[in-house]
Ligand binder design. Structure first.
Ligand SMILES: NC(=O)C1=CN([C@@H]2O[C@H](COP(=O)(O)OP(=O)(O)OC[C@H]3O[C@@H](n4cnc5c(N)ncnc54)[C@H](OP(=O)(O)O)[C@@H]3O)[C@@H](O)[C@H]2O)C=CC1
Ligand SMILES: O=C1OC[C@@H](O)[C@H](O)[C@H]1O
Length: 438
């Protein structure tokens, strides 16, 4: 238990503050966002090569308070002042999704590396324009990373290895990913519930689940088979203002996908989760906030592991692997492996037994210069490590999210909206090449 509190404290509350190197990268923040403390401000404390240097918010006073609270030395008047600050080389962009496209391009044009919050853009049209732009594709272009932080944690990569690369892993059969946020966690006026700001569950919580399913299926582009949305109009308690369009904002989604090999993926996500309490009558609990483990499960086909047993029997294994808590794996996670062993002769199963194992991965096996971490490092801290390695042209542990991957992710989100009869999130009219709003 004490290691649980240690990880929680060092990862999420007070990471050790290290001495900064003379050539540390300076990062500027666009917006006094809720997520920046967790995503970059705390992780930067323990990174010797990162300094959170400046911030701007729409309201200068708010930016001042934020800067004081988080020890950020410089406050600028505008987002433009941040990206044009010659003292910084990187920008952390955690504005509403609708602003990602424009501000990523503006920052790249100013020559800054960009750590861009997920989802990268409002839709696939924007994603292609952004990731295919010469400001990104040129060989000396700054670094641009869509911040799918969970992918940088050893727990996620260990889970993927167990389903794709392990000697007992057969082909993928079914995969499943779920996330829940209890009702009331996000207020009605949150950016997530506004269509004009490219809100929606698929753009927020479920973006992770879609990303999981794409990786678990090992198919960047699984086809959407079915979708059910619950839109925000049914639970919004305030009258919508223009642009919010709650009837277009999915607050919960259940969707299924099929990969090129015929494997099935399922996503269930709810960012206003309620009801479903066990033991109590439904009529009492249907409006009570509820939660569920963030988890991913992969069920694999049988794998022949030994064809040479004495009397012609075959030894097969059928595996099911589940990762609990892909969201905060540093605090606690568990990967359960259930291997059903079968001894088969012809079409008859002679014997079978189940072996269960739990695995945890807070660090990489075998610490090396390229591949290191601490038990308490959060997903964001691991991500920051690789972002800096890329900027400094170091190999690091080799994990990255490619341009193509970020585009495919938005294509799958768009296809899910289409299939579920919701509109795509609005496309920005910003054009970096003439710098004018149409
Ligand atoms: N990686 C992760 O774990 C997480 C990622 N995210 C992503 O980060 C981004 C920001 O999320 P979060 O920090 O929760 O959001 P916030 O509600 O904190 O909004 C972020 C910033 O957006 C700015 N903003 C600019 N225009 C508007 C507008 N019209 N209405 C409201 N805000 C505006 C505000 O800047 P100002 O301060 O200038 O007023 C605000 O600080 C999203 O893309 C989200 O998907 C969010 C949570 C977790
Ligand atoms: O990226 C995210 O991760 C954590 C969630 O709380 C949040 O809604 C989402 O934006």
């Amino acid at each position: 238990m004490s290691s649980f509190f240690r990880r929680l404290y060092l990862g999420s509350i007070s990471p050790p503050l290290v001495v900064k190197e003379h050539d540390a990268l300076r990062i500027g923040l666009l917006g006094a966002s809720n997520i920046a403390p967790e995503a970059v401000i705390l992780p930067a404390r323990s990174h010797p090569e990162v300094i959170i240097y400046c911030v701007a918010a729409r309201d200068r006073n708010r930016a001042n308070i934020y800067a004081k609270k988080h020890n950020i030395p410089v406050v600028h008047d505008t987002y433009d002042d941040v990206i044009n600050d010659p003292s910084i080389s990187c920008v952390y962009l955690a504005l509403p999704n609708s602003h990602h496209f424009e501000w990523a391009l503006r920052a790249l044009k100013a020559g800054k590396h960009v750590l861009l919050e997920k989802p990268s853009t409002s839709n696939a049209i924007e994603a292609k324009k952004l990731f295919d732009h010469p400001l990104v594709t040129a060989c000396d272009a700054p670094v641009l990373l869509e911040a799918f932080h969970y992918r940088f944690h050893p727990a996620w990569q260990t889970f993927l290895d167990l389903i794709h690369n392990d000697p007992s892993a057969g082909p993928i059969k079914n995969v499943y990913s779920q996330s829940f946020m209890p009702k009331g966690n996000f207020p009605d006026n949150d950016i997530r519930f506004k269509y004009s700001l490219a809100g929606g569950c698929l753009m927020d919580f479920a973006a992770y689940n879609i990303s999981h399913v794409r990786q678990m299926l090992d198919d960047p582009h699984p086809r959407v088979q079915s979708v059910v949305f619950r839109t925000h109009e049914h639970s919004s308690t305030t009258s919508p203002v223009e642009g919010e369009n709650p009837e277009q904002v999915d607050e919960a989604v259940s969707a299924s996908y099929i990969s090129q090999t015929g494997a099935i993926g399922h996503v269930v996500a709810d960012m206003n989760s309620r009801g479903g309490w066990p033991l109590l009558p439904r009529s009492w609990t249907q409006n009570w906030p509820s939660i569920g483990w963030p988890k991913c499960t992969a069920e694999l086909e049988e794998k022949l592991i030994d064809d040479h047993t004495t009397h012609g029997e075959k030894h097969l294994v059928q595996r099911v692997v589940t990762l609990y808590n892909h969201i905060f794996p540093h605090v606690y996670h568990c990967i359960t492996i259930e291997d059903k062993h079968i001894i088969r002769l012809g079409s008859e199963d002679l014997r079978s037994w189940v072996e269960r194992k739990n695995v945890k991965a807070y660090t990489w096996p075998g610490d090396s210069e390229d591949c290191h971490g601490m038990e308490w490092w959060t997903t964001y801290r691991y991500q920051l490590e690789e972002f800096v390695n890329r900027i400094k042209a170091r190999h690091g542990n080799g994990l990255w999210i490619s341009r193509e991957d970020s585009i495919s992710q938005m294509e799958v989100i768009d296809e899910t909206y289409r299939k579920g009869d919701l509109k795509l999130r609005p496309t920005s009219t910003f054009d970096i090449d003439d710098g004018l709003k149409e």
